[in-house]
Every structure is written in structure tokens, then in C-alpha cells.
Design a protein around this ligand. Structure first.
Ligand SMILES: Cc1cc2nc3c(=O)[nH]c(=O)nc-3n(C[C@H](O)[C@H](O)[C@H](O)COP(=O)(O)OP(=O)(O)OC[C@H]3O[C@@H](n4cnc5c(N)ncnc54)[C@H](O)[C@@H]3O)c2cc1C
Length: 469
């Protein structure tokens, strides 16, 4: 190995690198290696960075070795779980990527209804293992998103209104600190750290394993989207506002405005047409779900109704075709306290201006069990939000991407008077003030104090960073 490839030039670092290389169980990938391009790529195709070394860890010992090596060599560190950070925080130019993607061990205990999950697992992989026992935990709505990054920020998903956020299911974690020590955190061990990890992202160390509580779910659920022409959006959203306010916790909905993708499930004549949809997932008895969804189906004149009994894992994969790896993604998000007429007007006006066939605006219905956990019980902020809005300005290639970004920014600016909070996992690279807003002043100060304890040199800084001072 030539040390020059990673820019490490002291003889001490040279020795450290050969020691790492000799003992590493996983794979060390450097510029020029055949697998380098494959492993430096992240989900968002607009991010193109060139790390000096990618340490594809095979286990906890590799993570500890990689952390100690990086600390000794003074390297910039990016930590990668599923690689789905919108602003590309899991890859860097120069420095080292500590890549957990090969650590995919999952062990479900069906009796105890718990799962132990290594940090490289993706949501589709975890759902597959838990659903084999008719169990699940709240998880992301796209199967190839990483369990690790999503959980550490909070974790929104179809089961959140019935069971709470992903962090509300977290029982314990194993974490490698900036000093290369393995610590555990749970409701009884390192309680302050456990508080901060539930929303504080990757600021305090590298989580190598999560333990989650599971719940009986499905395996068949009543789920899927119902579509209306975009012209019906103003009335539909007003109807939806009242109907969703009365919905039981079993029901979670997500409203999307976009041009219909050319998918086999969508009739050809609708492809490319601007539609508004309400996607449902009822995590309870099918007949009960049918009763709850009936008024929605009856509203206006839907052009397509795909809300039907289906396997929970099939529903979890529903949005996969809309977010493949490699497209260019730009994102703005905020929480709103409700769908006032003014918010609906902004949604409709800017939703109608979508040009790209792959841009969209969506909002997640919050409430239910999410809001029943106290605001100060975890580092996650904004439990009282009614909806979390996502504005996705996307293009397949560089062509047209600037215009999509501009559309998303303008849309977000128009919604700004209604912003209440923002979910930290839905931030782009937006600066410290916005991160402070994401946590609120009190929690931000508490997180800073925790950072001073666990990472006083800000070794883990490629994240939605909470600097120690
Ligand atoms: C297509 C798509 C769908 C999404 N859907 C949802 C959704 O339904 N619900 C939701 O809540 N969010 C969703 N998100 C947002 C998602 O939560 C974040 O993008 C999240 O960071 C992804 O986690 P990851 O492990 O894939 O990301 P990565 O890019 O690997 O990591 C993201 C951040 O977490 C840090 N990190 C990763 N692994 C670890 C670890 N083991 N220890 C410490 N720090 C770590 C990284 O350093 C980085 O700062 C979605 C994102 C995308 C792109």
C-alpha cells in the first residue's frame, strides 16, 4: 500500500496504515481500485466526492480500528450507513469513509418481539426479517434507505401514528466513540447519551448495532394510493384536512402532488399527468381500515384507486421506483402546524408548477403516538407538528437540475411563514442556525453539552453538526 494515496505522510501514520491494512477484516478501498467508484457513490447522484480511503468494515473491531487510525492520522471522517443523506454527508473529499454497508446482521427474537440490527442494514432487509414473524418496527418508506442514519435522526414511517417514531422503538445501541471505545446506551446505561442519540444523528459516535422493539403488523395491511386530477387538489386537500383529523392512530397517510410515473400499476393514459394522491396504510384489521378509508374513496372523482389489502412489505416498496439511486435530488422540508387555507393555497399553487416528471411535493401525516411522547424525552424536535412537508426538486441528469432546485427553494420560501419546526434528517446543507432551529434552543444546548462529553474535538463533524463550543 502506498501511503501517498491517502495523503498521510508521517512515518507514524505510515506504520498505522500498514497495521490497519494487516488486521482489517473488511475491505480497504483506495483511488484506482476497481471497486473505488462503486463504493464512493452515494444515493444522491448530485454528490460526487473522492475520499482518500474507504474502510468497508466487516465488524466492530474494524470500526474501532478505523476510528483509531483516522484519529491518529488526523483524517477527516465520514460515516456511511445506507448512504441516503440528501446532502451527501456520508462521503467526503479526501479523508476516510467508515462504511458500515457490509455489516448487515439482523437477529429477530419473535418471543421477546425485539430485533438486533447491525448498522449497515437497509429498511427492506429489516422488514423482510421481521415480517417473517408478522412483526415490524416503524421504518422508512423506501426500502433502500439505511436503518442507521434514519433511526439516529428520528425515523418517520407508516407505523408512526400507531407505534411512534423509530427512536421510540429503540431499546439500546452499541456505539464506538471518537476515542475508539465501545459503549452501550439504553434506558438504563449511559442514559444521557441514549437521549441524545434519539434524534441527535451521528454526532456522538458510530453506532454499530441497534436493538428495536417490534410490533405485530399485517402481514397483510390495507394500503396504497388513491389519485385525483390536480384540478381537484384545492377541494380534496380541504376535505382531507377534516377527514384526516378524525383518523384513528392505525391510519397513516401521505399526500403527494406530482406527474404520474410510467409504472405498470398506472394506466397508460395517466402517465405524465399531474395528479394528487393520498396514500394510506392502515395497521389494523382490514375491515376496520375499509371503513375508515371509505369517505376518502368517495370524495370527488378519483381517477385511480390502488388502496387495497396487500403485504406490508409490498407497501413499503411502493415509493422505490420514485427514488432510484443516481438521479439528482434536491430537497427542502419543514413542519407545519396544520393545513390552513393559506398552506393549502401555497401547496396547490407551487405543486401545479412542477415541470420535471420526477419532482414532487409530499406531506407526512404526523400525530397519534408520535405526539404522545414528551417533547423533552428524546432529542427529536417537533412532535406536535401536524404535517411534515417534503419538496423534492429532482432531475435524472444535470440537465434541468438548477431549475428544479430553484422551484424547490421558491416553494419552500413561500411556505416559510408557516414553518414550525424541521426534521433534522430532511435538512440539506443549511448551516448551524437551521440545525439549532431543528432542535430548538434548549435541546440544542443540551446536545452541545453531550457533544463536549463524547466528542470534544468534533471528530464526527460530517453530519448535521452540533459543534461542542
Ligand atoms: C429515498 C429516501 C427516502 C427517505 N424516507 C424517509 C422516511 O420514510 N422516513 C425518515 O425518517 N427519513 C427518510 N429519509 C431521510 C433519511 O432518514 C436520511 O436521509 C438518513 O440520513 C438516511 O440514512 P442512511 O443510513 O441511509 O444515510 P447515510 O448517508 O449513510 O448517513 C446519514 C447520516 O447519518 C450518519 N450515520 C450513518 N450511519 C451511522 C452510524 N452507524 N453511526 C453514526 N452515524 C451514522 C452519517 O454520518 C450521516 O451524517 C429518506 C431519505 C431518502 C433519500
Amino acid at each position: 500500500m502506498t501511503v501517498n494515496t491517502i495523503g498521510v505522510d508521517s512515518s507514524v501514520a505510515e506504520t498505522a496504515l500498514s497495521e490497519l491494512s494487516a488486521s482489517f477484516k473488511g475491505e480497504l478501498v483506495r483511488p484506482g481500485d476497481p471497486a473505488y467508484d462503486e463504493h464512493r457513490k452515494v444515493w444522491n447522484g448530485s454528490i460526487d466526492r473522492f475520499p482518500a480511503l474507504i474502510a468497508r468494515c466487516g465488524g466492530v473491531a474494524d470500526v474501532i480500528a478505523a476510528v483509531r487510525f483516522a484519529a491518529g492520522a488526523g483524517l477527516r471522517v465520514a460515516v456511511r450507513g445506507g448512504g441516503h443523506s440528501y446532502p451527501g454527508l456520508s462521503v467526503c473529499d479526501g479523508g476516510i469513509v467508515i462504511d458500515l454497508g457490509s455489516m448487515k446482521g439482523i437477529r429477530v427474537d419473535p418471543e421477546a418481539r425485539t430485533a438486533r440490527v447491525q448498522a449497515g442494514a437497509l429498511w427492506g432487509e429489516l422488514d423482510r426479517e421481521t415480517q417473517a414473524f408478522g412483526l415490524a418496527t416503524t421504518g422508512g418508506i423506501v426500502t433502500h434507505t439505511g436503518v442507521a442514519g434514519l433511526t439516529l435522526g428520528g425515523g418517520l414511517g407508516w407505523l408512526q401514528r400507531k407505534h411512534g417514531l423509530t427512536i421510540d422503538q429503540l431499546l439500546s445501541v452499541d456505539l464506538v466513540t471518537a476515542g475508539g471505545e465501545l459503549v452501550k446506551a439504553s434506558h438504563t446505561e449511559n442514559v444521557d447519551l441514549f437521549w441524545g442519540l434519539r434524534g441527535g444523528g451521528g454526532n456522538f459516535g458510530i453506532v454499530t448495532e441497534f436493538e428495536f422493539r417490534l410490533h405485530p403488523v399485517g402481514p397483510t395491511v390495507l394500503a396504497g394510493p388513491i389519485f385525483w386530477p390536480i384540478e381537484q387538489a384545492p377541494d380534496l386537500l380541504r376535505f382531507y384536512r377534516d377527514w384526516s383529523a378524525e383518523a384513528p392512530d392505525e391510519l397513516m397517510t401521505l399526500v403527494v402532488q406530482r406527474k404520474a410515473l410510467p409504472l405498470p400499476s398506472i394506466p397508460r393514459e395517466l402517465h405524465g399527468k399531474q395528479l394528487v394522491s393520498v396514500s394510506c396504510c392502515h395497521a389494523g384489521p382490514i375491515e376496520e381500515g375499509e371503513r375508515v378509508v371509505r369517505p376518502l374513496r368517495a370524495f370527488g372523482s378519483p381517477v385511480l384507486d390502488l388502496c387495497e389489502p396487500k403485504p406490508y412489505v409490498a407497501h413499503q416498496a411502493m415509493f422505490d421506483p420514485a427514488f432510484p439511486h443516481g438521479w439528482r435530488y434536491y430537497f427542502r422540508a419543514c413542519d407545519v402546524a396544520g393545513l390552513s387555507d393559506a398552506v393549502i393555497d401555497v401547496m396547490v399553487e407551487h405543486g401545479r408548477r412542477i415541470v420535471s416528471p420526477i419532482s414532487s411535493v409530499a406531506f407526512f401525516q404526523m400525530g397519534g403516538a408520535v405526539a404522545r411522547v414528551g417533547e423533552s424525552e428524546t432529542a427529536f424536535n417537533g412532535r406536535d407538528a401536524a404535517f411534515t412537508v417534503n419538496i423534492n426538486g429532482n432531475s435524472e441528469t444535470a440537465e434541468g437540475f438548477d431549475a428544479e432546485r430553484e422551484w424547490a427553494r421558491t416553494f419552500s420560501f413561500a411556505l416559510a411563514p408557516h414553518h414550525t419546526s424541521v426534521y433534522v434528517n430532511f435538512l440539506m446543507d443549511e448551516g448551524e442556525e437551521r440545525i439549532r432551529q431543528a432542535y430548538g434552543a434548549d435541546k440544542y444546548e443540551r446536545l452541545k453539552a453531550l457533544k463536549r462529553t463524547y466528542d470534544p474535538t468534533n471528530f464526527f463533524r460530517l453530519n448535521q453538526n452540533i459543534p461542542p463550543d
